[in-house]
Design a protein around this ligand. Structure first.
Ligand code: FAD
Length: 965
């Protein structure tokens, strides 16, 4: 640094006119004097320069220079510190003034070092000073921020800044997010920094309680603590970081234990967990809102940050240092488990039965409460950690747990949820227009049925009387969804409002949106008039009796009833466990309710190396409890690894190969036009081909916007890894499938589903008769082959409409080949409605002859009849065989959505011991004892979406083609 030396003082003469060329005498005198003065000053300076004081001054100057060069901020800090002193002084006054408050707020808005210091300063001052600040912003800033108006009243215990919630009038008409959180204020024009400050203001209410009840719960002797955070987020620490402006640190803290804060923050029952035990009893801190604010803020502020954060993370599949883990189910339990294990360096594959990921979060909870993009975010995070996902994979059907282990997976976490909807088994539940909330919500949420360009049909809701039975979150979601679709909605609940298990916020929002609530009522039966469609409900009037096992007062029927007109009934009575995995694993211990048994404070099941949690072990519970279980299981799985390097590498290689195989595209490799509108397709699907058994079917999703439809397996080749399907173009979806060509891939095929055929070895003088109508021949084919392989004699009666619809009947074709492969074991009778091929008439004609001949000993005894084809034909066969006492099964290709028991759409009303019981074609069938089916009640169900299907055909311009077919 250049230091300027003092200059000699100029006299007024210095400003005189310029000197003449020859110096005058007085000028010379002045020069002499000045020169003397300069010399004496210089020697004075030199003298000073050698003093100690000057030395210190120089050192200080030097230090300052270096500080400024190294950290230009430091000088500002001096001013800030001074400013802080001034602010302290202001806070010590009786009240903060208007100008000071506005200036302070403007400084806070600057989002710089000074504002950071101020945030910390106010966070750290005693409560009475904070209160002064709140009083001031209420008084002087509420014209600019209406949410500050009245804030100081009862602050901090009774009052805080609420999240932004859209008005009921606006939101009840669309599926946009209702509670938009603090970031929702940006829609009103507030800046991101202002939103940060709203959040910070909320944290100022916090007391940093030492016992951390919000995080740890309130201890209860001999019982689990009350409330607290099941995923153990360090809540007070998170609030402290927010209160001191360290937003990024707060997010990292949360994500270290919970990869789905923007999910749990929105759907957790906070009133029972963290906020329920908050010591601010009047108005607890908005912990849930803070939790989901952080990841959303990060996305907004640093859109690419997530990728950046993990960009150097080497996939555990590549590192191959730890053995692979299989996670079954992609609900919150499975996702958190996969995330934590992948982050710890384990190669993880998540196997999911649906074509989309997220479990209930996706198919159950609607977009207006939990946008699907948030689930996508969680999945993306897991993928960044190397996690892999296989969809359309039903464990227990596509493969067993044992298969997964055989293919390299060391440990398994089962997070399959509790997807089986409960019904009441009351009269009229089979009627059209009565459905489970799972089915209704899956149609809307997963299959996007409300959108014009998606194929899945939806019941008519607009201006219809809709009742939703139940009082939990599912009931609220179903009711609010129906409301948005234009329904006039009433929730019917058997207890009172205070006993309703739904999140308080959801009930409150539902009522605000114009949904009626009828409490102390429960449906007794549903009625129809002329059609098979429900038209009114008889409700029992209920009173509350003494508390039951749940601790809530039990509903007692009074004997009084009420009648209510209804067009659509949605049953939201909770879910039970899906039996698929349990049925495939006889050694897996389950409770009497069907939930997977774990115990002793561990997530371990009765199977070695298999862990479970979430709704699969608890029955229908909550997302955050599921996440907590997934987390706990991950911690247990992290134990000691007893393999050497080579062994681990081998496991990783095998598991990777299997994962790749399981998610390989299901491509059409061959297509044959069998008859008009009927095609046969050979599709690459190695795992289904390996697991397939006679009688089973697959669930097909042809395109991303298509419809899930069941198709029975016509054949498969385990070695070639292919399956064969035969499809008749009858609706928009099947027309679309038939138009697909070789080389195209299905969006997803899941299976093999349903129970395989029950095969018995019969006597030599007996025959197994098959009645196959039209498209019944392909599904009959593998079952016939299985019986023939077993040594049984088979009689095939195959009927066609007319000769032009024939397929597989010619020389060298499938039936002929089968007859040649099993000589003397197969009799074939063909029939056609118009007599153009085989005997004239329906399949019942030759079948009746066979039964009659057998009765008089002129033909083999008919051991059993298997009917597959149009529903009316199957009914006719059932009625024909009943008087003969011949066991008869019908293979039912009912309307289904998920085809794994989750929706209940494929209900089959059957009578057992005089009682009407509900069976489901997808899990109890597809083959069901034809003699116990209540055909009068069952047949109309095939026409449930006739109007919608017709509308779809018209939309695709395919109605005339279909009429022709
Ligand atoms: P799930 O979310 O059920 O996920 C299980 C997954 O496993 C599914 O994707 C399923 O397809 C898959 N699967 C099943 N079987 C197999 C198999 N054999 N092979 C492969 N995959 C399989 N909780 C809250 O906390 N707050 C709420 O607001 C809330 N609202 C809800 C609203 C609705 C409509 C419903 C139905 C539930 C709601 N819940 C709520 C409950 C909460 O969603 C569940 O407790 C939670 O999702 C359970 O998580 P999970 O991971 O155990 O199972």
């Amino acid at each position: 640094m250049h230091i300027e030396l003092p200059q000699p003082k100029r006299t007024s003469h210095a400003a005189s006119p310029p000197p003449a060329e020859t110096p005058k005498t007085d000028d010379l005198e002045r020069y002499r004097q000045a020169s003397n003065a300069l010399e004496s000053t210089q020697s004075e300076i030199e003298e000073i320069e050698h003093t100690e004081a000057f030395d210190v001054f120089k050192k200080q100057l030097d230090l300052l220079r270096r500080r400024l060069l190294n950290s230009p901020q430091s000088l500002r800090q001096i001013f800030i510190d001074d400013g802080a002193q001034a602010i302290v002084w202001e806070f010590k006054q009786e009240a903060l003034g208007a100008d000071f408050t506005r200036t302070l707020w403007n400084l806070l808005l600057r989002d710089d070092d000074m504002s950071a210091t101020l945030l910390r300063f106010i966070w750290n001052v005693p409560l009475k000073f904070k209160r002064k600040f709140i009083v001031a912003i209420d008084a002087y800033l509420s014209d600019r921020y209406p949410m500050f108006k009245g804030l100081s009243k009862g602050w901090p215990g009774q009052n805080g800044i609420p999240p932004y919630i859209r008005s009921p009038e606006e939101r009840a008409r669309d599926f946009e997010l209702v509670n938009q959180g603090y970031l929702g204020y940006m829609n009103l024009g507030y800046s991101a920094r202002e939103v940060d400050l709203f959040v910070w203001l909320e944290t100022l209410r916090d007391k940093q309680c030492e016992d951390r009840a919000c995080e740890l719960g309130v201890p209860r002797p001999g019982r689990e603590p009350k409330g607290g955070c099941p995923v153990k987020i360090h809540i007070p620490e998170m609030i402290r970081l927010l209160g001191t402006g360290k937003f990024k640190d707060a997010l990292e803290l949360i994500e270290s234990c919970n990869p789905l804060p923007d999910v749990t923050g929105r759907v957790c029952p906070q009133e029972l967990q963290c906020q329920g035990v908050c010591t601010l009893t009047g108005r607890p801190i908005e912990i849930g809102q803070l939790e989901w604010f952080l990841p959303e803020r990060e996305k907004l502020a640093h859109p690419g940050a997530r990728g950046e954060r993990w960009k150097n993370f080497v996939s555990p599949w590549t590192k191959a240092e730890k053995p692979p883990i299989a996670v079954i189910g992609s609900g919150p339990a499975g996702l958190i488990n996969a995330y934590l294990l992948a982050a710890e360096g384990y190669p993880v594959t998540v196997f999911e039965a649906f074509h989309e990921l997220g479990g209930v979060l996706r198919y159950g909870i609607p977009e207006f409460r939990l946008p699907n993009s948030l689930i996508d975010d969680v999945v993306a995070k897991i993928r960044l950690l190397g996690g892999r996902f296989v969809t359309n994979f039903v464990v227990g059907k596509t493969a067993t747990l044992e298969d997964l282990r055989d293919n390299g997976f060391w440990k398994i976490f089962v997070g399959t949820g509790a997807g089986l909807p409960r019904f009441m088994n009351i009269p009229g539940e089979h009627l059209l227009g009565v459905m489970s909330a799972n089915e209704f919500l899956t149609r809307v949420n997963l299959m996007q049925a409300r959108l014009d360009d998606y194929e899945t049909p939806l019941p008519e809701v607009k201006d219809k009387q809709v009742i939703v039975i139940g009082g939990g979150n599912t009931a609220m979601d179903a009711a609010r969804t129906a409301r948005r679709l234009g329904g006039i909605v009433t929730i019917v609940y058997r207890r009172t409002r205070s006993e309703m298990p739904a999140r308080v916020e959801e009930l409150h929002h539902a009522l605000e949106e114009g949904i009626e609530l009828k409490v102390l009522r429960s449906p007794r039966e549903f009625h129809s008039e002329k059609s098979a469609h429900v038209c009114h409900a008889i409700l029992d009037v209920i009173e509350l009796g003494p508390p039951d096992a749940s601790g809530r007062r039990s509903p007692v029927i009074t004997g009084r009833t009420e009648t209510m007109p209804v067009d659509l009934v949605i049953m939201a009575l909770g879910n039970a466990s899906n039996p698929i995995i349990k049925d495939s694993e006889p050694d897996l211990k389950t409770s009497k309710w069907g939930t997977i048994s774990i115990g002793g404070g561990s997530q371990k099941t009765s199977l070695e190396g298999v862990y479970s949690g979430g709704d699969a072990t608890r029955g229908g519970a909550t997302a955050v409890l599921a996440a907590g279980d997934g987390q706990a299981a991950a911690r247990e799985i992290l134990g000691e690894i007893s393999f050497g390097k080579a062994e681990i590498e081998d496991l990783v290689e095998r598991a990777l190969r299997y994962t790749d195989l399981a998610q390989s595209p299901q491509t059409i490799v061959k297509k044959v036009n069998l008859a008009e509108g009927i095609v046969e397709m050979r599709i690459k699907s190695p795992l289904i081909a390996k697991a397939a058994q006679a009688g089973q079917f697959v669930r097909v999703l042809p395109t991303p916007k298509g419809e899930l439809i069941p198709l029975t397996l016509a054949d498969w080749d385990a070695r070639a890894g292919t399956i064969d399907l035969v499809i008749q173009a009858v609706g928009a979806s099947s027309i679309g499938i038939n138009a697909m060509e070789v080389g195209e891939a299905f969006t997803g095929i899941a299976g093999p589903l349903g129970q395989p055929s029950k095969l018995h070895r019969y006597e030599a003088n007996e025959t197994v008769a098959f009645a196959a109508g039209g498209l019944g021949l392909p599904p009959v084919y593998p079952i016939m082959r299985a019986h023939l392989s077993l040594g049984n004699h088979v009689t095939l009666i195959a009927g066609f409409r007319t000769a032009s619809m024939l397929f597989w009947t010619g020389e060298g074709e499938r039936i002929d080949k089968l007859a040649q492969e099993f000589p003397g074991q197969l009799d074939v009778i063909y029939a056609s409605n118009d007599g153009t091929f085989g005997v004239k008439g329906f399949v019942t004609t030759p079948l009746e002859e066979l039964l009659k001949s057998a009765k008089v000993g002129k033909a083999r005894k008919v051991a059993e009849v298997i009917a597959i084809g149009p529903p009316l034909m199957m009914r006719a066969v059932s009625e024909l065989t009943r008087p003969y006492g011949t066991p008869t099964v019908a293979s039912l290709n009912s309307i289904m959505v998920d085809a794994t028991g989750m929706c209940g759409a494929c209900m089959v009303p059957v009578t057992i011991d005089g009682r009407l019981v509900r069976k489901h074609a997808c899990i109890d069938g597809p083959e069901i004892d034809a003699h116990i089916i209540d055909w009068d009640k069952f047949l109309p169900r095939f026409a449930q979406f006739k109007a919608q299907e017709h509308a779809s055909l018209v939309k695709h311009g395919a109605d005339s083609a279909q009429a022709h077919a």
